[in-house]
Write a protein that binds this ligand. Structure first.
Ligand code: FSO
Ligand code: SF4
Length: 555
């Protein structure tokens, strides 16, 4: 196996025997083969579109396949075998439809060279056969220039992040054909393009199109659940049977709350589900108690003390201990061998009755690990409504600078950088956050500036769009030429591919001086890093005091 898609990759280079995340060699190889299969579907899908042929099954398979390979989503080899099998069928159906349509349109056969990914066949679908094919199609399997590979992987990693946004939106009934078309074009290009400049253009285009995926999900979430409101959310517990729901899928939470209504079972959010507590739609449920625990990497301890069943709707799942594994349920694209899986919706709702039954049987509530309330709900609509007030506070010198500290949390000690930074920021500065990175400082009492919390939490990593919309609005109000002329510093924490995608969107918008940490991506080659430094002045974060001093000067 070779995987270097996340920040915690082994020695900052790549996982080769087993993932630091717990991903085993067979799953990594099957994930490589799944991506290869998606490239093959994309070959036919992008050409079909030119003939006016759109295959929604293929579109969806590509998005779901990309999302399934994101860090900490799915560790179950049998699920990947199934995905590959289904996707090859989708690929071959589309191929046949395309070839017929082509012949009809041009009265001749399609003559273009067909790459192996669009054509390979296997004698059977046993795991062994798939693994032997998968071993030939990994990231390092072809002989291409190191910088082209670096850009290609940056693009594919960004596409994985973008696919997660698109999948969440799709589940809520929102889709945009332009986005599907781009993903397919880009995956097809990833097989053909061998020169640095064209590949670089694709990376930038992924960021540009990606912004539309962010807008789409923002629209999907807010039109379904209303605009998040500033909310003090409870982090303590109450007696009674309980279910913990983690991940990013709001529709799963909706179904669960609906089915637990009146059962006496309490529901707590965990990790990236915390922001759900700020949506008006979810506030109607009395049994939504609040949030339990912290970010993903602490789940081993916190799932233990929760006592009741846990639902993982998306990443980040970590290897579950035997002691609580029997209480874990996965759903959607998440998987772990031998962990119970809640199937997809066949009608309007998923069926969470097995989880509710288990909560009632266990009967007891969570062990209290924290108490009190924390502020959330500073998402796009709320912050934009406050834009004039905030602008005035900047003009009056009450706010000196904003720090966008969005992104992911991670398990290593180096992440303490963000806690130290948050603590050392001058009292007249404001932190803009989203994603699980916030758990490094969201429970610190950093006070307020004239009633405005010094930590404005927009929500999930998927809500990072808030900071793009806010920065654009502030630029407009201040008459600034670009975001780079505003008193805003970006110091992003990344871990998995959605954060790499957000970085890509910011770069494509021309945002400069972004600090990235705790370490730079292993998939960025030295030459490509030089280009990013030269063009965007991107930098690794280093010493907190030095970084702070520089950022206060806008550098
Ligand atoms: Fe975190 Fe995990 Fe939201 Fe990521 S829970 S790390 S960027 O998957 O998705 O922020
Ligand atoms: Fe390693 Fe990260 Fe890949 Fe897991 S996702 S195998 S930790 S690089």
């Amino acid at each position: 196996m070779f995987c270097y898609q996340c920040e915690e990759t082994l020695n900052g280079k790549g996982c080769t025997k087993v993932g630091v995340c717990g991903k085993k060699d067979d799953v990594a190889t099957l994930q490589d083969l799944l991506i290869y299969t998606l490239k093959g579907i994309s070959f036919w899908a992008s050409r079909s579109r030119k003939l006016g042929l759109v295959d929604e099954k293929a579109d969806l398979a590509i998005i779901k396949g990309l999302f399934a390979t994101v860090t900490n989503v799915n560790f179950d080899p049998s699920r990947f075998v199934e995905y590959i099998k289904e996707d090859l069928e989708i690929r071959d159906n589309l191929k046949e439809k395309f070839l017929n349509a082509y012949k009809k349109r041009y009265s001749k056969d399609f003559k273009e060279d067909i790459p192996d990914c669009a054509n390979w066949k296997l004698k059977d679908f046993s795991k062994e056969t798939l693994l032997s094919k998968g071993a030939d199609v990994g990231i390092l399997s072809d002989k291409i220039d190191e910088d082209v590979r670096s850009l290609r992987e940056f693009m594919i990693i960004s596409l994985k992040g973008m696919a997660a946004y698109m999948d969440h939106a799709y589940i809520l009934g929102f889709k945009d054909d332009e986005l599907f078309a781009f993903v397919e074009e880009a995956l097809d290009a990833s097989v053909r393009i061998k020169d640095v400049n064209t590949m670089f253009d694709y990376v930038v285009r992924t960021g540009k199109v990606g912004l539309k995926a962010m807008e789409l999900l923002d629209r999907a979430n807010t039109s379904h659940y209303g605009n998040p409101e500033p909310t003090m959310v409870n982090i303590g517990v109450r007696p009674g049977p309980a279910i913990l729901i983690s991940g990013h899928d709001l529709k799963d939470l909706e179904d669960l709350l609906d089915q637990t209504k009146g059962t006496g079972v309490n529901v707590y959010t965990h990790g990236e589900m915390l922001p759900a507590n700020a949506y008006p739609y979810f506030k109607r449920y009395d049994n939504l108690v609040g949030n339990y625990g912290n970010s993903w990497w602490m789940q081993n301890k916190e799932f233990e003390s929760f006592n009741g069943p846990i639902i993982m709707t998306t990443n980040c799942l970590t290897p579950p201990s035997e002691s609580y594994k029997w209480r874990v349920f996965t759903t959607g694209l998440v998987g772990w061998p031998e962990v119970k899986h809640i199937p997809d919706r066949t009608g309007n709702q998923k069926d969470f009755s097995a989880v509710i039954k288990m909560a009632l049987e266990i009967g007891k509530g969570p062990t209290q690990i924290e108490s009190g309330k924390i502020p959330i709900g500073y998402a796009r609509n709320t912050v934009l409504e406050m834009a004039d007030t905030i602008t005035q506070m900047v003009r009056d010198g009450k706010i000196k600078r904003f720090f966008v500290l969005s992104g992911c949390d991670g398990r290593f000690k180096s992440r303490e950088y963000y806690t130290t930074l948050a603590t050392k920021l001058p009292k007249d500065t404001v932190i803009l956050t989203s994603g699980c990175a916030k758990y490094r400082y969201n429970k610190l009492d950093l006070g307020q500036i004239e009633g405005l919390p010094r930590i404005l939490d927009a929500g999930q990593c998927n809500d990072s769009y808030t900071w793009i919309a806010t920065a654009s609005k502030l630029a407009e109000i201040f008459g600034a030429e670009s975001v780079n002329d505003l008193p805003i510093s970006f110091d992003l924490a990344w871990y998995e591919q959605k954060a790499a995608f957000i970085l890509n969107v910011l770069l494509s918008l021309g945002v400069k001086n972004i600090r990235l940490g705790p370490t730079l991506p292993a998939f960025v080659s030295p030459n490509i890093l030089n280009v990013l430094v030269e063009k965007f002045q991107i930098k690794p974060n280093g010493n907190v005091d030095t970084d702070l001093e520089m950022m206060m000067q806008g550098k």
